[in-house]
Structure formats: structure tokens, C-alpha cells
Design a protein. Structure first.
Length: 50
């Protein structure tokens, strides 16, 4: 049986980046793309995809 990784830190970072993403989308749409890599990276880490 494989040991489960603790992904709480990655979920917290994912939600933080998601808030930043929506804030940038609402206030400065031209900078929306800057928060996208952080959101997707920490979502993948939280899902333990890599």
C-alpha cells in the first residue's frame, strides 16, 4: 500500500492563486494570464498528478 502525500499545503496555494486569478480578471483583465500558471500548477500538485 502506498503512503498518501499530504496535499493540504497545495490546496491552500491553489485556492489562494484562484482568488488572485479572479481578482485580476475582475480588475485588470490584461494581467489575468499572469495568475494562470500558478493556479494550474498548484491544482495539479494538489490532485497529485505529478
Amino acid at each position: 500500500m502506498e503512503a498518501q502525500k499530504n496535499t493540504k499545503k497545495y490546496w491552500a496555494l491553489c485556492f489562494t492563486w484562484t482568488v488572485i486569478l479572479f481578482t485580476l480578471f475582475a480588475l485588470h483583465r490584461e494581467f489575468f494570464w499572469l495568475a494562470l500558471p500558478g493556479t494550474l500548477t498548484y491544482f495539479a500538485k494538489a490532485m497529485d498528478l505529478f
